[in-house]
Design a binder for this molecule. Structure first.
Ligand code: NAP
Ligand code: MG
Length: 495
């Protein structure tokens, strides 16, 4: 029997503002039901525009008073590292909340808590490496100091698919840089992000540096995007909302960082070992029930090997254990909500209507009172079909074929997205040419979805702006100030 259970009564959450857990100004709340069970599992503060403005002003005041950014990097490091260790200590509690709110398998939630903690560890090391630069190569009287200074108040808006992991790709790095923050998690999965407030307080973070509010995109996300008191907004979510945020951010030209959707191709050449790659393909498309920006949802395979591939991918997909995500042996849980379930069904209908052939799945399934959908595979998919070029965000694999390398590149680059891509081949020339030709922020050769805090992540084209993670991530949250110092008082002889 699983030790992970539905709570007897729903968890009650408050906003975290200025170091305290408080109710929203209206005292109104909203609810979340487990998408895997249908039971009420959490209540959260329904924040409005005034709550959001209050949180922004607290973050602004904290930034202006400099107590966080003036601390030695080694002191910020200790607090960020301590947060990592508390996330690890509370991993089971946090993972349970994520599974209850999102429907993802508990074993996966636990893995994500460790990934998240690993990023906090990495960010802690970055806090000590901010040093700027000096230029003494501009003539004997001139010395230039390039100072790295934190950008200011950073608003962070996150989606529901990897709640703690995605905020952990932003917040610890911004904190390492000396910024302050206002955070709005998705209304579907706010629990662990709200608990981060208490974790950070326990770790020693001064009050006001991080402020977290639950609520909807409209008004909380919109108020953050429009505010003249926010200096940068970092958003992960859909491409449509990303565009909206960018327009809203133009009022004060705040810096915008966007991590958006993908329709990621996996290109399989005829020399690849199908037996060796089949597990990565199945993982790539069904991980997080396909609700993953990195979903490997488009297989582009050489026509000579498509039959062998189809047989093996169907057989392997049937082995994926589907069911109650609280069962530690389950790999595939529930879909986030009814709306997403309907969207997946709509795409399955569209695939059939546009002439693709359904090889596996295609149906909703009934387990508990939850939202479940079968692993689904389409073949005979053409590049112009909706299921080949739009982000479904569900467990639907599209198989397309190619004859020549040139054609494979054209198909791979034929969507508005450019987040990630995979190439499977034993041939070095083919691999190298493909990595140069594919428009994507990450290209995996003979693997799928590897990632480390040390490696930058982000998208080309409409998959985003900027990069998270990697040693350069901290620069995204900093301005460079060029301080030019002349040792002679005179400025020269202009007149
Ligand atoms: P979403 O609908 O775009 O929502 C993301 C966040 O934006 C939520 O917190 C949402 O609030 C908020 N929001 C909605 N409308 C807003 C507005 N007008 N102004 C400001 N904020 C607003 O995305 P989602 O459905 O949660 O997540 C799925 C999407 O995220 C997919 O497209 C996926 O590809 C993308 N994603 C990308 C990455 C990456 O790293 N590239 C990673 C994960 C996910 P509510 O609470 O009201 O929804
Ligand atoms: Mg939404």
């Amino acid at each position: 029997m699983s030790k992970y259970k539905l709570p007897n009564k729903p968890f009650e959450y408050q906003n975290f503002i200025n170091g305290e857990y408080i109710n929203s100004l209206s005292n109104e709340i909203f609810e979340r039901k487990s998408p895997a069970h249908g039971n009420l599992i959490g209540t959260y503060q329904l924040s409005n525009k005034q709550d959001t403005e209050q949180a922004i002003s607290v973050a602004k005041k904290a930034f202006k008073s400099n107590y966080w950014s003036d601390m030695a990097g080694s002191d910020r490091e200790k607090i960020i590292r301590k947060a990592a260790s508390i996330i690890r200590e509370r991993a089971h509690e946090l993972a349970l909340i994520e599974t209850l709110e999102s429907g993802k398998p508990i074993s996966q939630s636990l893995d994500e808590m460790e990934w998240a903690a690993g990023i906090w560890d990495y960010a802690a090391t970055l806090a000590r490496h901010i040093a700027g630069d000096v230029n003494t190569n501009l003539g004997k009287d001139m010395t230039v100091m390039l100072q790295k200074v934190p950008i200011g108040v950073v608003a962070m808006i996150t989606p529901w698919n990897f709640p703690l992991l995605i905020i952990s790709q932003k917040l610890p790095i911004a904190l390492a840089a000396g910024c302050t923050a206002v955070i709005k998690p998705s209304e579907m999965t706010p629990g662990t992000t709200l608990l981060l407030g208490g974790i950070l307080k326990e770790a020693g973070l001064p009050d006001g540096v991080v402020n977290i509010l639950a609520g909807y995109g409209d008004p909380v996300g919109m108020t953050l995007s429009e505010s003249n008191n926010v200096d940068m907004i970092t958003f992960t979510g859909s491409t449509d909302v990303g565009k909206h945020i960018m327009r809203a951010a133009s009022g004060n030209l705040k810096k915008v960082a966007l991590e958006l959707g993908g329709k990621n191709p996996q290109i399989i050449f005829p020399d690849a070992n199908i037996d060796a790659l089949i597990d990565a393909v199945v993982f790539g498309v069904y991980f997080n029930m396909g609700e993953c920006c990195n979903s490997g949802s488009r297989i582009i395979i050489h026509e000579d090997v498509v039959e062998e591939f189809q047989e093996k991918v169907v057989a392997h997909s049937k082995k994926v254990k589907l069911g109650d995500p609280l069962d530690p042996s389950v790999k595939f849980g529930a879909i986030i909500n009814k709306m997403q379930l309907d969207k997946i069904k709509k795409y399955v209908d569209s695939g059939t209507a546009q002439g693709a052939k359904l090889l596996l799945g295609g149906n909703q399934i009934t387990i508990n009172n939850g939202n479940y959908f079968e692993p689904t595979i389409f073949t005979d998919v053409k590049p112009e079909m909706e299921i080949a070029c739009e982000e479904i965000f569900g467990p639907v694999l599209s198989i397309l074929t190619f004859k020549t390398r040139k054609e494979a590149i054209e198909i791979a680059n034929s969507t508005p997205f450019g987040l990630s891509a995979g190439v499977w081949t034993k041939d070095l020339d083919t691999a190298m040419i493909m990595t140069r030709e594919i428009d994507a922020g990450t290209v995996w050769v003979n693997n799928w979805m590897s990632g480390n805090p040390e490696i930058p992540f982000g998208g080309f084209k409409q998959s985003g702006i900027g990069r998270e993670l990697g040693p350069g991530a901290i620069d995204e949250f900093m301005e460079t100030k060029s301080v030019m110092i002349k040792t002679e008082v005179s400025n020269g002889s202009w007149v």
